[in-house]
Design a protein around this ligand. Sequence first.
Ligand SMILES: [Zn+2]
Length: 201
Amino acid sequence: MSLLDGRIQSAAGCATNTTRPLTHPSGTSRAGGLAVNATHEEWRPVARDRGYEVSNLGRVRSVDRIKVDSIGRRGRYRGRILTPQIAKDGSGRPFIRLSGVATRVHTLVAEAFIGPRPEGMFVCHNNGDPADNRVENLRYDSPRENSRDILRHGRHYEANATHCLRGHEFTPENTYARRRPNGNAHRRCRECRRILRRKAA
Ligand SMILES: [Zn+2]
């Protein structure tokens, strides 16, 4: 049993659940900015890096380890819950660095609790919230369904944007729709088109 389990159980002051701890005595906690209501948190090893474990609630922790430095001294490092960073690409996806390698949290949860990702499939969030990486919110699905999810839940950064990349507002007058080769419509900025045409002329 880890240090974390012992601490949380004594804080809860009850011995009804001796196998797995509550995330918090109230059953609610905030993990990486994500509110979780849970009674049962299960940790599994991260196959791609044995220095870490991932839970069914979408939390990641490092495990206790012994490190040996360049002159042979041994130091013991306690495992801890890691705080995810949020991708700055507008997707809102949390990622975490495992031994320096940036890895999406949803990938770790899906691999540990659903299984290996089938070729060509994506990890999809059932409720459209990319920060909600509880296993029950995740599934493997086709890229097409993944995009539909994102649009259905209105989280597509392009669909949500109020301004174009150059900062012109997407007013009805300044917006036109264009179809991509794959058939999806997306918004374009008229002012930008004017600027580009002026440059081309
Ligand atoms: Zn523009």
